[in-house]
Design a protein around this ligand. Structure first.
Ligand code: CA
Length: 234
């Protein structure tokens, strides 16, 4: 079962970037752009037991995102990481005192955020199963940490969407990933009916990654269910 993240961030570009990146990492992400919305989403997610960690930007248009800390602390002990544009030490110390598990100053690297999330989750006894981050099979090599894809040693250029789709399959290589899961994780929950996107992008990926795109050996179709990337060589 994947871990649930609530991402509270009003900067649309950062919110979208983080949401997509966290989904590629295998987290389930709900996001909010305001304090009021975050509060509603938070209680809903907590009630359903689907919230494992919260990322909060304190500078929200309708108030201080840090005010969510008290609610989370009082009731649930869900780990919280503050993602703030304010570098000042006073602010940082105050929020850590109020119960934040960690504090990252923007801009931060995705690798650092992911590492801090793993630490915060580990402190609460939640194990984060390392997903597959390097894939090797036949002449295909994918490294999700450096975001490099190579075929027979040569760098392959993928569009951002092609890359997200491939990364999603790499993370669960050897397992079938359903059409719905792929559409939700790569495009978003409003795209579950758009299976033609999948066919189109899978054809593009096969054209770039398979020796014979019409007879794929790596990116397999599971008829009526989804797609499967064959398990990596060890
Ligand atoms: Ca902000």
């Amino acid at each position: 079962m994947s871990l649930g993240v609530l991402l509270v961030e009003d900067d649309r570009e950062l919110r979208t970037t983080l949401r997509d990146a966290l989904q590629v990492e295998g987290y389930r992400v709900v996001s909010s752009a305001s304090l009021a919305d975050a509060r509603a989403v938070m209680f809903n997610a907590l009630a359903q037991g689907g919230l494992d960690i919260v990322l909060i930007d304190p500078g929200l248009p309708d108030g201080d995102g840090a005010s969510l800390l008290a609610d989370l602390r009082r009731q649930h002990g869900t780990p919280v990481i503050v993602i703030s544009a304010r570098p000042g030490e006073d602010h940082k110390v105050r929020l850590l005192d109020e119960g934040a598990d960690d504090y990252l100053v923007k801009p931060f690297s995705l690798a650092e955020l992911l590492a801090r999330m793993r630490v915060a989750l580990r402190h609460r006894g939640t194990t984060v199963h390392p997903a597959i981050v390097r894939y090797d099979r036949a002449d295909l090599a994918v490294d999700l940490e450096t975001r490099r894809v190579r075929r027979a040693g040569a760098e392959v250029h993928l569009t951002p969407t092609e890359y997200r789709l491939l990364a999603r399959l790499v993370r669960h290589a050897g397992q079938v990933v359903t059409h719905r899961q792929l559409l939700v994780d790569v495009w978003g929950p409003e795209y579950t009916e758009h299976t033609h996107y999948l066919r189109l992008y899978m054809a593009q990926l096969r054209a770039k990654l398979e020796a014979e795109p019409a007879d794929p050996r790596l990116l397999l179709t599971e008829p009526g269910v989804g797609y499967r990337l064959v398990e990596p060589e060890d």
